[in-house]
Design a protein around this ligand. Structure first.
Ligand SMILES: Cc1cc2nc3c(=O)[nH]c(=O)nc-3n(C[C@H](O)[C@H](O)[C@H](O)COP(=O)(O)O)c2cc1C
Length: 364
């Protein structure tokens, strides 16, 4: 258990001190254009960013992604993120709750999220490898009740597991387990990646288990291979260090993953992985996502205080509002049907994979 706690603290300190962003693979947002309306014919003040996600109202389609929990220090991070989410009426996920299932006296480090944010859409979190190793409906329901969650994230992280020294590399039977969980818990289940994206083929299989959504967490933002590279370096593990370098840029770009999952299922799609401003949130919604999520950009502010998190989120929200104004969209429904031009590498990716990038051009 102490190993898991050390690992979590390491992830946080590496995330803050080192550059663990993808280097060669990019999210693909630079290939995605919204059409500028020189005559928006609306007033900025009347832009309505509110939306609803799985029946819950949000002031804007923004999610604070699962980051942490499990230690005293990470309790503070969850508290700051939750206070900001409550103030701004945004959704939030907590980090993997495995540690608190195994050591219930650490539950308070996650429960603080609900204490500080009694009204938000809050998402519990467990990893697929733990399900394969035996966690079932009972343990999962416990994680949900621990924070009075509105939904459950089951995270997929095969890339991280194969690179970290203590990785759990058995992914056999994960789909079956997801299905079992879907039928035994009392909240909607959302499957999320952690920075390497989800392809159409997996999305179709995931949909068949009865889950309600997918958070793509695509490539182009935080690279878990990079995080593990820095851990391996510290542990003087040369082989793992090399693996971290080799797989640093592994994964499906976020834009490709959003389009693939959205066009091949009827699920709610969350765009995440390298989302770094409000314009990318707008592009995500126009591509079919229901929300867009931020993890790394909020980590450092959350280790400072709630004010810093609020500052950052308010900028993203303001940028998002301006992007809606400049595309002449008064509300989220209009943004969903605003035309999008996909060029370059992303257009090529989508064509090669059998999707039509031009589908988005003449939406309205
Ligand atoms: C320090 C840190 C810890 C994370 N821990 C978890 C976790 O416990 N569970 C999870 O599902 N995702 C976890 N993630 C992944 C994020 O939720 C997100 O999918 C990923 O970082 C990509 O988003 P980004 O590019 O905005 O950082 C973590 C991310 C960071 C930066």
């Amino acid at each position: 258990m102490a190993i898991i706690r050390d690992r979590k603290e390491n992830h946080i300190s590496i995330g803050i001190k080192e550059d663990v962003q993808a280097r060669r693979v990019t999210t693909g947002f630079k290939d995605v254009f919204l059409i500028h309306r020189a005559l928006p014919e609306i007033a900025l003040q009347e832009v309505d960013m509110s939306t609803s996600f799985l029946g819950h109202k949000l002031s804007a389609p923004i999610l604070i992604e699962s980051i942490t929990g499990g230690t005293k220090k990470t309790r503070g991070i969850n508290a700051a993120l939750a206070e900001a989410a409550e103030t701004l009426d945004l959704a939030m996920g907590v980090g993997s709750q495995r540690v608190a299932l195994e050591k219930p006296q650490l539950a308070y480090t996650f429960q603080v999220a609900r204490e500080k944010a009694p009204n938000i859409f809050l998402i519990a979190n467990l990893g697929a490898p733990q399900l394969v190793q035996g966690y079932g409906g009972k343990e999962t329901q416990k994680a949900i009740e621990m924070i009075d969650a509105d939904a459950l994230f089951i995270h997929l992280n095969p890339l991280q597991e194969v690179i970290q020294p203590e990785g759990e590399t058995n992914y056999k039977g994960v789909l079956q387990k997801i299905q079992e969980i879907v039928y035994s818990v009392n909240v909607p289940v959302i499957v999320k990646e952690t920075g390497a994206g989800i392809a159409a083929e997996e999305a179709v299989k995931i949909e068949a288990t009865g889950v309600k959504g997918i958070d793509v967490a695509g490539a182009g933002g935080t690279s878990w291979a990079a995080v593990e590279y820095f851990r391996a370096k510290k542990m003087k593990n040369g082989v793992r260090e090399r693996l971290g370098q080799t797989f640093w840029d592994w994964g499906i770009p976020t834009v490709a993953s959003v389009v693939e999952t959205h066009q091949s299922t009827k699920l709610q799609i969350i765009a995440s992985g390298g989302i770094r401003n409000g314009v990318e949130v707008a592009k995500s919604i126009a591509l079919g996502a229901s929300m867009a999520g931020f993890a790394m950009p909020l980590l450092k502010p959350a280790t400072d205080n709630t004010e810093k998190v609020l500052e950052k989120l308010k900028i993203f929200i303001h940028e998002f509002k301006i992007a809606m104004f400049l595309t002449g969209c008064k509300n989220i429904e209009e943004l969903k049907s605003t035309p999008v031009v996909i060029t370059g590498k992303m257009a090529e990716w989508l064509r090669v994979r059998g999707f039509n990038p031009e589908n988005y051009v003449a939406k309205r």
